[in-house]
Design a protein around this ligand. Structure first.
Ligand SMILES: [Zn+2]
Length: 296
């Protein structure tokens, strides 16, 4: 064999080298492809070690701020082994990492800075409760993050079980939805956020990790209180599905990484229709914000 490689003319040696390169490239490509999860069947969590570690490095939250071992929290996993909830990412590995809590304050996000073709729907309050709204979301293959306030949903926690069963997640939007929230004394600000987190943990079996202030405004005190209540970020928006059409703070179309605000209101079907149309026009896939952020 060595004689073959050393005594042959240049041409076969090039062929041998090319063959080695092809095999090596195939291995690397296969590894990346597999790490991205695109070939991992649902429910299997058997990535070889080197691949699992590369996936963890690329995934936000892989180093798990919750204290869970990183090896158990690959973001690209199709199904959460603990909750049985299926990821909406479809193997996509996010290219964004949520900033950590700094100086005791949660980060604020209004849009994810990514070029990946994703968009995030968030639906607020819970004033209107109709089973047909969930059916419409399901029909369109959309999961959303629901920012609910106690004042709208108290006594109706059973209604939202169907959303949880369908893979939606419920987040924190305060107890009373006081639009003067940011002017309240710190203790009350904290009680508004922690109170709703406690309620949701009790009735929905999961403590929320994302917070949206009523109306959107926040202060440093709100960011601090949110952190103390266990939140990982304040989530606002730069686009709305509102009054039967899309409204943009920037430009006139949905951008990759856009966080869209919507409400459970009588006009829900028309608002959702406007969102679906805009997402299709922009070539964006609605995925769950929590999946993309790698938060549980
Ligand atoms: Zn609201």
């Amino acid at each position: 064999m060595p004689r073959h490689l050393h005594t042959e003319s240049n041409t076969p040696r090039w062929i041998a080298l090319a063959a080695v390169l092809v095999v090596f490239s195939a291995l690397v490509f296969g590894a990346l492809h597999f790490a991205s999860g695109t070939t991992t069947p649902a429910g299997t969590d058997t990535s070889p070690l080197p691949l699992a570690s590369s996936a963890t490095t690329a995934a936000p939250g892989g180093a798990s701020a919750t204290g869970a071992p990183a090896s158990n929290t690959p973001t690209a996993a199709a199904v959460d082994p603990k909750t049985g909830r299926r990821s909406t990412l479809g193997g996509l590995v996010p290219d964004y990492t949520l900033p950590p809590i700094e100086d005791g304050m949660v980060p604020v996000i209004t849009k994810i800075p990514t070029e990946q073709k994703v968009v995030f729907l968030t639906i607020d309050d819970g004033a209107v409760k109709r089973e047909s709204d969930l059916a419409l979301l399901e029909k369109n293959g959309i999961k959303a993050s629901l920012f609910l306030a106690h004042t709208f949903i108290a006594g109706h926690s059973d209604f939202y079980q169907a959303y949880l069963d369908a893979g939606f997640l419920i987040e924190d939007h305060t107890m009373t939805h006081n639009l003067g929230f940011i002017n309240l004394p710190y203790g009350q600000v904290k009680a508004e956020i922690c109170g709703m987190a406690d309620y949701e943990e009790k009735y929905f079996g999961r403590r929320p990790v994302l917070f949206r202030p009523p109306g959107g405004p926040y202060t440093m005190a709100v960011r601090r209180a949110a952190a103390e209540c266990g939140m990982k970020a304040i989530v606002d928006w730069e686009a709305k599905a509102n009054a039967r059409s899309m409204q943009y703070q920037v430009g006139d179309a949905l951008r990759p990484g856009e966080i869209v605000l919507m409400h459970f209101r009588p006009e829900f079907p028309a608002d959702l229709g406007a969102f679906v149309k805009a997402a299709k026009a922009a070539g964006l896939k609605p995925v769950l914000l929590e999946d993309y952020l790698g938060v549980k």
